[in-house]
Design a protein around this ligand. Structure first.
Ligand code: B12
Ligand code: SF4
Ligand code: SF4
Length: 333
């Protein structure tokens, strides 16, 4: 078990209050590799400033939702998140190389080679939240995984889970960045002690491997990813019939991109995926070329219950055609 907070007494960061010291064990039981708690309220100012600069530069492409709900995103005690919140628990669940690489899943980014993490992780966080409420009866909570206006990496840093790397991902000491993040925001609990502010990129030293490995130059500065150039953005979020030429020629996976996270020397080997494989394995031997030829219903059956379902059959076929063309061109079979 790797816990970023594996101090001798196993107290979690931000838990000088003994009231919170049970949390590390409870989270480890549920498969999390790191957990911490921070006082609810305003997002640390440097993180918010970095976020606003990113939006001002248009780096969110057409992800308009990232520019909405500004007040809630800046403050977890705002009514848009949870009025009266006192604490934010941040937790990291490992995905490693994903739950399977069979068939078409071998051509999908590691974070999506399992059941949909939004559902899978929310379930685990609900279980953790129930244990917290058993300690602090009367507490109300809200579980968040990706879907609400919350800066998950900034809260993970504030809760002491680790520090962001130059690829923008939160690096958990001993586990690396192949972790999903999620939060439990709570009312009526003791306010955790703040942890010392973490410095972004502090684990990176002189390394720039992720920036060098990015096929499209999308990491434009330390921790700054421009969606307009990012393969993950285009293969997951962009539903257009065709992709910009500079991006299209670099598509290798039918969903997401692992080039920057795979290049990271802090990515710990042997970290296994905490969630089960997708419900549908698909016919044996199926790859991008076969997926590109499937009709909507067959694609929908194959990706049901996974993160790929939201992207839709047409965009997945477009990605699969590009990935298959690369495989054919490079002689990979
Ligand atoms: C939009 C989004 C994307 C976009 C943009 C990515 C990006 N780098 O911003 C796209 C579609 C490209 C994307 C891709 C991926 N994503 Co994404 N994505 C998100 C989402 C919904 C919002 C991120 C966001 O607001 N970005 C804007 C930046 C500016 O803000 P930020 O993320 O808060 O991070 C910055 C600040 O917090 C800052 N910071 C904090 N403190 C301080 C202090 C100072 C002084 C400074 C300067 C900065 C700073 O550091 C961070 C990096 O700069 C989050 C979920 C969420 N709600 O947070 C998931 C999330 C970030 N994605 C995730 C994943 C897994 C991925 C992929 C690895 C998937 C894949 N394999 O294809 C890739 C990785 C690409 C990459 N290199 O970032 C995970 C990351 C887990 C982790 N370990 O960090 C998240 C947290 C989802 C989850 N719940 O697990 N994603
Ligand atoms: S996900 Fe791929 S395209 Fe996006 S920043 Fe990382 S390496 Fe570059
Ligand atoms: S590859 Fe190097 S620079 Fe990039 S996040 Fe990992 S350690 Fe940091």
């Amino acid at each position: 078990m790797i816990l970023s907070n594996a101090t001798p007494d196993r107290r979690i960061p931000g838990s000088k209050l003994l009231a919170w010291s049970f949390l590390a064990d409870a989270a480890a039981d549920l498969g999390f590799v790191a957990v911490g708690a921070a006082p609810s309220g305003k997002v640390p100012a440097p993180a918010l400033a970095a976020y606003r600069a990113w939006l001002d530069d248009g780096r969110h492409a057409d992800l308009g939702y990232l520019a909405r709900n500004e007040a809630a995103r800046a403050d977890t005690s705002h009514r848009g998140i949870l009025t009266g919140a006192k604490a934010v628990i941040s937790a990291a669940l490992p995905y490693g190389s994903g739950a399977t690489d069979q068939g078409v899943w071998g051509a999908v980014a590691a974070h999506a080679r399992s059941i949909d993490y939004h559902a899978g992780m929310s379930e685990r966080l609900e279980s953790l939240a129930r244990r917290v409420v058993a300690r602090f009866p009367g507490a109300r909570f809200r579980v968040l995984v990706d879907a609400a206006p919350i800066m998950e990496r900034a809260w993970a840093m504030a809760a002491g889970l680790g520090s962001v790397g130059r690829h923008g991902g939160l690096l958990v000491p001993g586990a690396g960045s192949r972790v999903w993040l999620g939060e439990i925001v709570l009312t009526d609990v003791p306010v955790p002690e703040p942890v010392a502010p973490r410095v972004p990129f502090e684990s990176c030293g002189n390394c720039r491997a992720c920036m060098d490995a990015c096929p499209t130059g999308a990491i434009v500065a330390s921790g700054v990813v421009d969606c307009r150039a990012c393969l993950s953005y285009h293969t997951v979020e962009n539903r257009a019939g065709s992709l910009p030429e500079a991006v299209a020629k670099s598509v290798r996976l039918i969903f997401g991109c692992d080039a920057c996270t795979s290049a990271c020397p802090l990515d710990a080997p042997g970290v296994t995926c905490a969630l089960p494989a997708p419900p549908e394995a698909g016919p044996p031997g199926i790859g991008p070329a076969e997926l590109a030829a499937m009709d909507d219903a067959a694609v929908a059956r194959l990706v049901e219950g996974t993160c790929l379902a939201r992207t839709g059959a047409a965009a997945l076929r477009r990605n699969a055609r590009l990935a298959a063309a690369h495989i054919a061109g490079s002689g990979i079979s």
